[in-house]
Design a protein around this ligand. Structure first.
Ligand SMILES: N[C@@H](CCC(=O)N[C@@H](CS)C(=O)NCC(=O)O)C(=O)O
Length: 204
């Protein structure tokens, strides 16, 4: 199967890292939704990444849905989702916050970089920034000192998604993540980025 999209997209990166951690083979095609618009459109008229092209040609979109599919392909014992309902709910809750941090950071990026300055709407940017700040606060509370994985001794989808969100925010909106204010988030981010699957799928 082929994973389409660049690893500077947090959504693409969380799928790539998940596939690595689940031991699922894929070919990565690093195409940009902006520079390679037509090339992606020929594969997927929705022009969204991640796009997963399955071996039989079927096309899937949306990182969460793709991860759901990959989880079904993984060998027993390799899942990033706990079986225990309480732990699973916590993982879903934290993954949801990470996804919101990604979404608000992407919205900030699109609003400020894809739109000409004179057409930008500051109240909307402020709102998005406030929502991103809310997500960062919730993540900081969950991660604490950043010296442990969130629901047990091994990383889950919550750890993967939070770490991917943090790396993205650090890069494109560092003002939302002052080092002094969030040492636990930085420690957590660095621990996750040192995992083999993260090193194999670097933010680019
Ligand atoms: N909910 C989607 C969001 C994916 C998404 O927004 N990807 C961005 C790249 S970071 C994209 O495709 N942007 C192009 C566009 O929206 O037209 C997911 O989880 O996969």
């Amino acid at each position: 199967m082929e994973l389409i999209g660049m690893l500077d997209s947090p959504y693409v990166r969380r799928v790539a890292i998940t596939a690595q951690m689940l031991g699922i083979d894929y070919v990565h095609r690093s195409l940009s939704v902006f520079r390679n618009y037509e090339e992606i459109r020929a594969i997927n008229p929705l022009v969204k990444v991640p796009t997963l092209v399955c071996d039989d040609g079927e096309v899937l979109v949306d990182s969460t849905l793709i991860i759901n599919y990959l989880e079904g392909l993984a060998r027993k014992g390799r899942s990033l989702m706990p079986a225990d309902p309480a732990a699973r709910r916590r993982v879903l809750q934290l993954t949801g916050i990470a996804l919101m941090a990604m979404e608000k950071a992407v919205q900030h990026l699109y609003e400020t970089k894809q739109r000409p300055k004179e057409r930008q709407h500051q109240p909307w940017i402020d709102r998005v920034d406030q929502q991103l700040a809310g997500a960062v606060q919730l993540l900081a509370a969950a991660v604490g000192k950043g010296d442990h994985w969130l629901t047990g001794s091994n990383p889950t989808q919550a750890d993967v998604s939070i770490a991917v969100a943090l790396r993205f925010v650090r890069q494109i909106r560092p003002e939302a993540l002052p080092t002094k204010e969030f040492p636990g988030l930085y420690r957590f981010s660095e621990r996750a980025e040192a995992l083999p699957a993260f090193i194999t799928c670097p933010f680019d």
